[in-house]
Design a protein around this ligand. Structure first.
Ligand code: PLP
Length: 224
């Protein structure tokens, strides 16, 4: 077995469990998209996943992504990169140069900066998700559930941003299901179709509750 095999194997297992969770929930087998979270892993460790056909990847830091993805994208131009970590306003331009989907729109100042920089970018506008702090944890990024509707409306009306969906990271050590259900409720009442929820430990639960994107890292690439 080559060094590459474990990643390809785990990737196949995760894909199979996602499809199974979709079917168990009465959803089409491809209803939930896998975003392979490659943060902290270097280009050499990511390549086996690319060779196995994986094309959607998540990174949580702009600088780290900038250091490793240009060379990988040169070989795999159809890669779709998802920013899943906090975005500082002064990194927006760099983020737009690299990412296709931003999961972490979480404040008016960032919405304003995105609205300013997207038209200047020579790449297609990124797909945007608003991060909701479903557990209302003070240390965690994301819009409070109580402020979600108003923030989404401001994104549309004030900043002209087409938000596609919502993302959440449930509090550690709590059952994730109520948080996923809350995210789905907020999305539904705002007419949003995309739900980014579920990580290595709970993606099957997320799929059962309607996730359209699961963000899975360690179950594919190993412990960080
Ligand atoms: C790291 C990370 C993940 C992946 O976590 P795993 O438990 O390794 O699957 C998913 N989402 C976000 C926002 C992350 O930062």
């Amino acid at each position: 077995m080559t060094a590459a095999a474990p990643v390809a194997l785990r990737l196949a297992e995760v894909r199979a469990s996602i499809a199974r969770a979709c079917r168990d929930a009465g959803r089409p087998a491809d209803a939930a998209t896998l975003v392979a979270v490659s943060k902290t892993f270097d280009a050499g460790e990511i390549r086996p996943a690319l060779e196995a056909g994986q094309r959607r990847f998540g990174e949580n830091r702009v600088q780290e992504a900038k250091a490793k993805w240009p060379e990988l994208k040169a070989d795999y131009p159809d890669v779709e990169l998802h920013l899943i970590g906090p975005l500082q306003s002064n990194k927006v331009r760099e983020a737009l140069a690299l990412f296709d989907v931003i999961h972490t729109l979480d404040r008016p100042s960032l919405a304003k900066e995105l609205a300013k920089e997207i038209p200047k970018s020579d790449r297609p506008a990124p797909r945007l998700l608003v991060q909701i702090n479903t557990g209302e944890e003070p240390q965690k990024a994301g819009v409070s559930p109580l402020e979600a509707d108003a923030f989404l409306e401001a994104c549309r009306a004030e900043y002209g941003l087409a938000v596609e969906g919502l993302m959440c990271i449930p509090p550690a050590g709590e059952p994730a299901a109520p948080h996923f259900a809350l995210l789905a409720t907020i999305a539904k009442r705002n007419g949003l179709s995309t739900l980014s929820m579920g990580m290595s430990g709970d993606y099957e639960t997320a799929v059962a509750l309607g996730a359209t994107h699961v963000r899975v890292g360690s179950a594919i690439f190993g412990a960080r």
